[in-house]
Ligand binder design. Structure first.
Ligand SMILES: *Cc1c(COP(=O)(O)O)cnc(C)c1O
Length: 396
């Protein structure tokens, strides 16, 4: 079938919840994607910050293939070796103490919120605890995650949300302080806001929130689903700031393509929140997803992924700054980000530019109407950055 026929079939069978680009992808190699006609694309989207290792990591692929032949699923009523190895490696990478594996990012956020409410409940027995989240945040599409997502457009038609959520302004400590009271059980934000437009937390903000949390025994939940797993040059973005969350979430690059996620917590929270029977999942941490995580983490060390992110991330920053200067303030409003998570804010909507890039063999994604987001596989090279800049400049 040709591309158009596939797309027509898709649109007659799939629920139309995405306005998709008119491309049917077939395979990937390195940092390149190929559509079913064999056309090559340089990928600066990475499945939205997912394919950290690129598409040709042999250790990853063979680990999954071997696991398929051994066993894909058991049950969380039993132990399995890949999950044990993945948990151990993730503890080491994060410095957190306990892991719960999920199937997605949204599900990791759900678990984090439940843990925070249970922690507060065990302290004071109340059932009216509040959570402070940030405007322009994104935490996922399930009800709990949606309830803390600071974008009314995503929430409105699905009200009522879970109760007790209040929204503060990211990087405005006073706006958080104004919402804290004796019912507050958690403050949640993305260390670097992703969907909202690539806004890193400032050091003053994250330190200030940490201090409030310490003073009032409120739990700090950092959503590292997009900005974690090495994307900003440290394993988790909060490690750039020298503060530690009480609970954190991970997904996307954590499994690099196999559905998966996790929430992690300190021992103190673990001892005083979710207990046997309080939370569960059928698939979470099954051998296939877990071998993916364990292999991803060992490949990060072997390939020095963090080193590459620091080097190529700085190079990308330089090149995008130069492009912004060349195009001028009439075209580009701002450039920001950390490591290989950067955003270029245009004066006008970027949809047409992204379409043009696709036609010219470059996959990019937006974050909000006016912002192009750069979240390539973490194995990209400086030469890939040069090629991307060349195509982007031509298309602008
Ligand atoms: C993608 C994302 C989520 C949701 O993850 P899913 O796997 O799509 O459920 C949550 N938080 C952040 C910051 C994300 O980028």
């Amino acid at each position: 079938m040709d591309m158009k026929a596939y797309i027509d079939e898709a649109e007659s069978a799939l629920l139309h919840t995405y306005n998709r680009y008119q491309i049917v992808f077939d395979k990937g190699e390195g940092v390149h994607l190929y559509d079913i006609n064999g056309k090559e694309y340089l990928d600066f989207c990475g499945g939205i910050a997912v394919f950290a290792l690129g598409y040709s990591n042999e250790a990853y692929k063979s680990a999954l293939k071997e696991q398929v032949d051994k066993i894909i699923h058991t049950s969380n009523y039993f132990y399995n070796v890949p999950a044990i190895e993945a948990a151990k490696a993730l503890k080491k990478a994060s410095g957190m103490d306990r892991v719960f594996f999920t199937n997605s990012g949204a599900e990791a956020v759900e678990g984090a919120l439940k843990a925070a409410r249970k922690y507060a409940y065990l302290k004071d027995g109340r059932t009216d605890h509040e959570i402070i989240a940030m405007e322009h945040s994104f935490h996922g599409r399930t009800f709990g995650a949606l309830s803390v997502t600071g974008n009314p457009k995503y929430r409105e038609a699905f009200e009522p949300m879970i109760g007790g959520v209040k929204f503060a302004t990211m990087n405005d400590l006073e706006s958080v302080k104004a919402l804290v009271n004796d019912k507050t059980c958690a403050i949640i934000f993305e260390t670097v806001q992703g969907e909202g437009g690539i806004y890193p937390a400032t050091k003053e903000f994250i330190e200030g929130v940490r201090k409030i949390c310490d003073e009032k025994d409120i739990l700090l939940i950092l959503d590292e689903i997009q900005c974690g797993m090495g994307r900003t040059g440290t394993m988790f973005a909060w490690q750039n700031y020298g503060v530690k969350p009480d609970i954190m979430t991970s997904a996307k690059g954590l499994t690099c393509g196999v559905p998966g996620g996790a929430f992690l917590m300190t021992e103190k929270v673990a001892q005083n929140s979710l207990k046997a029977g309080d939370h569960g999942t059928t698939y979470g941490g099954n051998p296939l997803a877990a071998i993916a995580t364990a292999t991803v983490l060992s490949e990060y060390e072997k390939l020095d992924i963090l080193g590459n992110v620091k080097e190529v991330g700085a190079y990308l920053y330089e090149k995008l700054d130069a492009l912004a200067a060349k195009l001028g303030k009439g075209v580009i409003k701002d450039h920001r980000g950390l490591g290989l998570m950067q955003g270029l804010e245009f004066v006008n909507p970027v949809g047409p530019i992204i379409e043009k890039c696709m036609a010219n063999g470059l996959v990019l994604i937006n974050a909000g109407a006016n912002i192009i987001r750069f979240v390539p596989p973490l194995v990209v090279s400086k030469a890939d950055v040069d090629e991307m800049i060349k195509i982007l400049e031509k298309c602008v």
